[in-house]
Ligand binder design. Structure first.
Ligand code: HEM
Length: 139
């Protein structure tokens, strides 16, 4: 199995298995917000149910960017929303975001392995690099 298939299979397992009734996205944001005060402040006025469904959709954009190497309108607009002029999400927070994501996957994927972890890191990293790169750009 290639990394794309490993990612896909892991993502399906995660979505189908809410632990103790807590969905993967719920657990992820609980971990992210608990990891850093400044990050939590960014989400102070956020409807987290809406946020969870936005993130769920944006995983497909990150995956598309990894697979195609082309930034589509969706990832462009997500990066713009997070840049220094808008949400002002500092580049270092993306590393924390990824570590919280991997740690949540470890809890939710009962077939978690080094290959699963690497697949997620590989798929997420181009999109994260793009968003960090766009932080101080104007377009
Ligand atoms: C690759 C990583 C990330 C992805 C794919 C992502 C995705 C998204 C998406 C799709 C939205 C909704 C945009 C909209 O309203 O149109 C959003 C909003 C937001 N994101 Fe991210 N995000 C990422 C990383 C981060 C990080 C690291 C932070 C750090 C604090 C963050 C903080 C926020 C905040 C504060 C909002 C706005 C919430 C609101 O509307 O109240 N994001 N994100």
């Amino acid at each position: 199995m290639g990394f794309e298939e490993i990612f896909d299979a892991s993502y399906k397992r995660i979505l189908s298995d809410p632990r103790n009734g807590i969905s993967f996205f719920d657990a992820f944001y609980t971990q992210l917000l608990g990891s850093n005060e400044e990050v939590a402040e960014h989400f102070a006025n956020t409807d987290m149910a809406v946020q969870q469904s936005m993130l769920k959709k944006s995983f497909y954009s990150l995956f598309a960017f990894y697979a195609s190497g082309q930034a589509d309108d969706a990832i462009r607009s997500i990066a713009k929303r997070h840049n220094h002029k808008n949400l002002d999400i500092k580049p270092e927070f993306y590393d924390l975001w990824l570590e919280c994501l991997i740690s949540t996957i470890r809890q939710y994927d009962d077939k978690f392995s080094d290959d699963v972890e690497l697949a997620w890191r590989l798929v997420m990293t181009p999109g994260i690099t793009y968003m960090k790169f766009k932080y101080d750009k104007t377009s």
